[in-house]
Design a binder for this molecule. Sequence first.
Ligand code: GCU
Length: 843
Amino acid sequence: MRPIIPLLTALGLVAAENGIDAWLRYAALPCDVQKAASIPAGIVALNGSETSPVFTAGQELHKGILGIHHKDLVVTNTPTNGSSITIGTVDAFTSTGGALPEIDLKGDGFWLSIKNDSVQIVGQNERGALYGTFQYLSMLAQGNFTEVAYESNPSAPIRWVNQWDNMDDTGTHGSIERGYAGPSIFFADGLIVEDLTRVSQYARLMASIGLNGIIVNNVNANVNLLNSTNMAGLGRIADAMRPWGVRMGISLNFDSPRTLGKLTTADPLDEGVIQWWGDIATDLHDHVPDFAGVLVKANSESQPGPLTYNRTLADGANLFARAIKPHGDAIVMFRAFVYDNKINQTNWKADRANAAVDFFRDLDGKFDDNVVVQIKYGPIDFQVREPVSPLFGHLEQTGSVIELQVTQEYLGQQCHLVYLPPLWKTILNFDMKVDNKPSLVRDIVSGERFNQKLAGYAAVVNVGTNTTWLGNHLAMSNFYAYGRLAWEPTSDDVSILEDWTRLTFGSDRAIIDTITKMSMESWPAHENYTGNLGIQSLTDITGPHYGPKPQSQDGNGWGQWTRADANSIGMDRTVWNGTGYSGQYSSEVAAMYEDVETTPDDLLLWFHHVPYTQKLKSGKTVIQHFYDAHYDGAAVAQTFPKQWEAVKGLIDTERYDEVAFRLEYQAGHALVWRDAINDFYFNMSSIKDEQDRVGNHPWRIEAEDMELDGYTVIQVDPFETASGFHGIRTTSNTTAGTATATLDERFQAGTYDIAVNYFDVKGGRANYEIFLNNGSLGTWIGNHEDKLGYTPSSYPDGHSATRIYFRGVQAATGDVLRIVGRPDGGEQAPLDYVSVLPAGTID
Ligand code: GCU
């Protein structure tokens, strides 16, 4: 294989890549850069056991240096005096005669020294040595040959990922809750898969960014994971991940003693239940001797839990803590996502956001010492903007783990580029000011602020079998950055991104600049075109959490309310007049949020119920800010496809095209979002946009206004997700329909970009062709099933609404535009509108 890369490069071609190696590609450096480097002559890994992370480190280093430098180094496990890279633990290194300076390594930390042709990578433990090796490899792969000597320690001991993978029934691939990259790499047919190649590749990615633990199954746990076949399977998963220093744990279903064990109760204080869990823990330990721990979702979203038996949440957590205690250092991660999803909106004081503190505040000190509480970053649910969960300020005697989400459940589901570290950093850098002392969230979850041994990070990642892992090459920057921030939360989000970009796509300045600019613009843009001023994501919360559907927030028991009416909007979470939520923060923070004047604009509607005409600090009214922000955010997304063109030819065509497709899709979907939200609030408030853009689309031809043959007009639900609130679909499931329009005097002779908005629904691959005066402009297929990897909806709505362009078309008044749609299966070639756009116009 080796000569292929230089040959392709010489020909100006870049080899196709499918993303499987993510940022660990070890792409060859240019020859002149290779020559400048002094690479030691051999590798000494001070552990010869194949399951040891130090052994793995030696192998990985060999592979990396072969790829990056085309040097085939010999790996041994006996120390040498010659030029070498030595990898080992402090104990192994010093006992074989190695000398170290004064260093203070914490668990998983490492010492890295690069001097001339001698490199020492010394870990506090085996895992640390592997992390140091990946750090060295990352430098080499980026062409960084600086001499260094430093120690590096992780900010927190717990740095885990959570997979929400399901053990579906026989005959199905394991699905993943909120996973957007194909089925599970762990489960199929209700069992653990035989071939665990992807599992160890996943562990390799995790290790390379310092992650040390994983929960492999959904928090909504299936009890069958605990049957004897699957117990053995769990042992195999742990074996596959162990050489990478990744420890495995599982989510438990609280009701298992009843559903699996056939007991009459799951009461945490019942002797039979205690015994049952004790036996399970023993069994788990027999199969997985270094079992990491259990994650428990209880009394949440209608699930049973200790409260079902009139016991406290601490009783529930301690049940598991005591069951696993005899078997090593496994821990219980008890989720604070405990709330009632059937609360009553007619009660002005009711508030789901209050739940975590209400449930947990008085339990501080009541948990056993091997329990940590896992807390979502905000009090609701991974929204585009939330205040920090106030619970972080209340647990002084129990460790807190912050739960982040790499999977973009509410943030575009990997179909939209949203670089998340800037969001995470607003949370991690927030000062809770507990007891009037500096209390940054990152210092709370490091264990430092309250002096806790157990604390840290968990992120819902949800990789799938897709070779890109997350379904979108660019989404992987979030995974990479998650590990880097869990290790060192003060790291700069731009430099992390630049490292990732160099490792993933190469060091060309144009690549780095393009990806950095787009990524750093992406979260603010997404917030702008989805939900701003702290109103939350405004997506369909009772559906797939993807496209716009603001009305789904209200009128149900889920408590993600906006309380929008004809005059006003927002949740009153003040103490003086509202739900009292602001009082859950320390006094200084509470005072800031209590007062509308001192609440930051980006959280205004989170904390206050105000008229649409309320003036913001910017001087704009709330409603005008909504309109403007949605136009601004969508406009930024329109620039992404063009920005991406700058990297054409600099990266392989395969990855270039896949990303290009998604950015173009995002640009179209951002317009769907913009129009839906603006139309919805215009409709509700009757307040016009000062710039008269909302509801006014000068370049559109509505499908329902076209001459239809074999097509029929439909009312789209929710109304705001279709232009003019209507669309069309073919009258039959089998016969093509035609929609025709003659261009009126708006369209003077010239060059136009023609955009067609249609709905790509689940259950078929409809075929479309567009003509101008009988000349075909092109065809397309409603195949997001294949191109996005999934289709979020079976209906024409805000999830399925999408746009395709035919650019540079010569057209004039009187020309006849025609679209022929051929239905397929349940997809009746639905259309919304056509925009005939003069150059530079967005409509
Ligand atoms: C969200 C998400 C669910 C998930 C839940 C949880 O509500 O939509 O799919 O089960 O969070 O975190 O437990």
